[in-house]
Write a protein that binds this ligand. Structure first.
Ligand code: AMP
Ligand code: MG
Length: 334
């Protein structure tokens, strides 16, 4: 199968919608990362997403909608707080978990009795969902385990020959996946941090962050969000988080070079092994996955990354980095 890349336009959206309505998969831009889009209600279409990605079957997919009326048929119940959050943060990078209705196939929900739903902000994504008139299952459009794609080229690099079409909507403004939340005991429980931050959610209810967000779940531990137990977002290079800043970070990286080494510093001047991954959490979120992919293209053996702040979207950056690094954090003081 040849994989075509078409720029986002009225015509390419119609073409993509035809493919999806016929049970196929399309690479779709969103404001978080690119997704692999298929009809969420079609078991076979959803199965082919899992195949294209090589994704474990028990890792459920997020269902994307473009209008509020699309939510009701997918779920058994909508808590009051979900309506308030939808009003505040939809469309946007927030995914909410609801008890699922019978029209959601078990393959879509990874066998769970719940379904994750999001309304993306990207106009291309909403146009595509509208043109299909269907809820769209769309996990990140990377091969399972590798860094998520933030450009159409990244999708092509992973999916060439596996899907017929990628819609090129430019780069992703958020750059990390959506925040995934569920509701427990009147609290908002963050399963995966993302573009809608804990601080933003705390205006609506008490927020708790799942312990698997910043720590490695123990072997065989039951996690609330199956995606959290898998190795994720990882380039081939060995990623190591360095718990140091400024000169101390620079000295550590220079004295611990090993093979082809790259050091991603927060707001550093770019020279030698040093590459700037952004002076703010927002910039870091936008650049992180792209830089990890570039590290592989440049044949890096080791990628040192300066410890990000955990405020705002920084918590999402930290969460992705921890997994990319296989939880390897070093401190110059050790
Ligand atoms: P991705 O599709 O790559 O953006 O990943 C989706 C994330 O949402 C994964 O971590 C999933 O485990 C999580 N997720 C999807 N549906 C559910 C659900 N029903 N309950 C808990 N987590 C979910
Ligand atoms: Mg993913």
């Amino acid at each position: 199968m040849n994989t075509e890349i078409l720029p986002y336009s009225g015509e390419s959206i119609i073409k993509a919608a035809e493919i999806i309505k016929n049970g196929g998969i399309v690479g779709m831009p969103t404001e978080t990362v690119y997704g692999l889009a298929a009809n969420a209600l079609d078991e076979n279409a959803v199965r082919s997403i899992f195949e294209a990605k090589g994704r474990p079957q028990d890792n459920p997919l997020i269902v994307h909608i473009s209008r509020m009326e699309m939510l009701r048929p997918l779920v058994r119940e909508i808590p009051e707080i979900a309506l308030k959050l939808a009003e505040a943060y939809w469309c946007g990078p927030l995914t909410m978990i609801f008890p699922k209705s019978d029209i959601i196939p078990d393959v879509t929900s990874g066998g769970l009795d719940t379904v994750a739903v999001r309304m993306p902000e990207s106009k291309a994504a909403r146009d595509l969902i509208d043109a299909c008139g269907l809820p769209i299952a769309a996990p990140s459009a990377n091969l399972s385990g590798s860094p998520s794609p933030t450009t159409a080229k990244h999708v092509f690099d992973d999916m060439n020959g596996r899907i017929p079409l990628i819609i090129d909507g430019g780069f992703c403004s958020c750059g990390v996946e959506s925040t995934v939340i569920c509701f427990r005991d009147g609290k908002i429980h963050i399963l995966r941090p993302g573009g809608v931050t804990a601080e933003m959610l705390s205006q609506f209810a008490e927020v708790e962050v799942d312990k698997a967000v910043c720590a490695k779940p123990a072997e065989n531990e039951r996690v609330l969000s199956p995606g959290m137990k898998y190795k994720h977002y990882s380039p081939k290079a060995n990623v190591i988080i360095v718990d140091a800043h400024g000169e101390s970070f620079a000295d550590f990286c220079t004295s611990h070079k090993c093979g082809k080494t790259i050091a991603l510093g927060a707001g550093v001047e770019e020279q030698g092994i040093f590459i700037d991954y952004g002076s703010t959490p927002e910039l870091q979120a936008q650049r992180l996955f792209s830089l990890l992919r570039e590290a592989d293209e440049n044949g890096a053996d080791i990628v040192y990354v300066e410890m990000p702040t955990r405020d705002g979207v920084g918590l999402a950056v930290y969460n992705r980095l921890l997994r990319a690094a296989g939880f390897e954090v070093v401190s110059p003081d050790d």
